[in-house]
Design a protein around this ligand. Structure first.
Ligand SMILES: [Fe+2]
Ligand SMILES: [Fe+2]
Length: 342
């Protein structure tokens, strides 16, 4: 068994039990193994069609255009909780494990992590916000098709690795036959760092841009989790490691911790939203307090050279436009996970 096959086997056998006591369920809420893209189900056909469209349409040029457009962060201003509630209408068609409203998934992930890592509040908040970029599906954010919002992600500008789910559909992608993009390294070089790599466009990259372009103080590990949590070819199959730099390799350890909770907390166990809301509001308010006291006046969206005053109402803070400093992150330096985490 090759290394990749071995990892896949381990992964698909669902034998994930962490030292922290997190026990993964065997089956998802549809009665299938998690991320089983071949299971016979109604959902499977939708998922496969989703990946066909995604693999044909995600090109280097498309991602470049999306990053330019959405990097302006000129879509909306809103609070984190408000955004979580906004996601209630969104259903992710690419996900064979989940048919719950997104807010339930955010809270299931965050609560599962909180239980096992009570002191890592940056990780709780990261879990709460990691999927907020799915607002891209909503009219206010451009109503992008599912293939441009959700699903596993992969690099553009170099060859599509065979570990990518439903790889066969890449044959119809214009980049597939472009000699500049279809070699192992493509436009990249050994150890160039994922910061320099274009990854297929979706909610991960959008949320990353929101945080980064707002000058967030979230730790690098949190930003790495947000941007690459759907990059299964890397964090599960071990592909594309030749593009990582040293910092990526460290951050990948936290991503792998996070992923267990992102994936296996998807179940029918409902969280009482009203019961847990005060805790998450306290994290958000703590973050807001830090912002109100420390953040620079925000840039005027119409003229970035100018600044407008900080918001004076503590209940008003800015999400997709400015001030992602609200994202807490009182700790800038997060050490890598130790053996007990892995
Ligand atoms: Fe996600
Ligand atoms: Fe998620």
């Amino acid at each position: 068994m090759s290394q990749v096959e071995e990892k896949r086997h381990l992964y698909e056998s669902n034998e994930v039990v962490t030292d922290k006591g997190f026990v993964a369920p065997d089956i998802n809420s549809f009665g299938n193994s998690f991320r089983d893209y071949n299971a016979e189900s109604e959902r499977q056909k939708t998922v496969e069609e989703f990946y066909r469209l995604q693999h044909i349409n995600q090109t280097y040029d498309f991602v470049k255009r999306m990053r330019e457009e959405y990097g302006k962060l000129n879509r909306a201003e809103m609070g984190i909780w408000e955004c979580c509630e906004l996601l209630n209408e969104v259903v992710d068609e690419s996900d064979p494990d989940l048919d719950e409203p997104q807010i339930m998934h955010l809270l299931q992930s965050a609560e599962a992590i909180r239980k096992d890592y009570p002191d890592e509040d940056w990780l709780h908040l990261t879990a709460l916000i990691h999927d907020l970029g799915k607002v891209l599906l909503l009219p206010q954010f451009g109503e992008r098709p599912q293939w441009a919002v959700v699903g596993d992600t992969f690099p553009l500008g170099c060859a599509f690795d065979e570990s990518i789910v439903h790889h066969k559909y890449f044959k119809e992608n214009p980049d597939y036959n472009n000699p500049a993009y279809n070699t192992k390294y493509g436009i990249y070089s050994e150890g160039c760092g994922l910061d320099n790599v274009m990854v297929s466009w979706g909610h991960d990259d959008y949320m990353y841009l929101v945080a980064k372009n707002n000058g967030t103080t979230l730790p690098p590990a949190a930003l790495f989790i947000i941007r690459f949590h759907s990059f299964y070819p890397l964090h599960q199959a071990g592909a594309y490691k030749h593009l990582l730099n040293k910092e990526d390799t460290e951050n990948l350890k936290w991503l792998q911790v996070f992923n267990k909770y992102d994936l296996y907390s998807k179940c029918k166990d409902q969280i009482d939203i009203e019961e847990v809301k005060p805790y998450y509001m306290s994290l958000i308010e703590k973050a807001l307090h830090d912002v109100m006291n420390s953040v620079q006046p925000r840039a005027d969206p119409k003229d970035p050279a100018k600044c407008v005053p900080k918001a004076s109402d503590p209940k008003t803070f800015f999400f997709f436009l400015v001030a992602a400093n609200m994202f807490l992150a009182v700790k800038n330096e997060i050490p890598p996970p130790t053996a007990k985490h892995l």
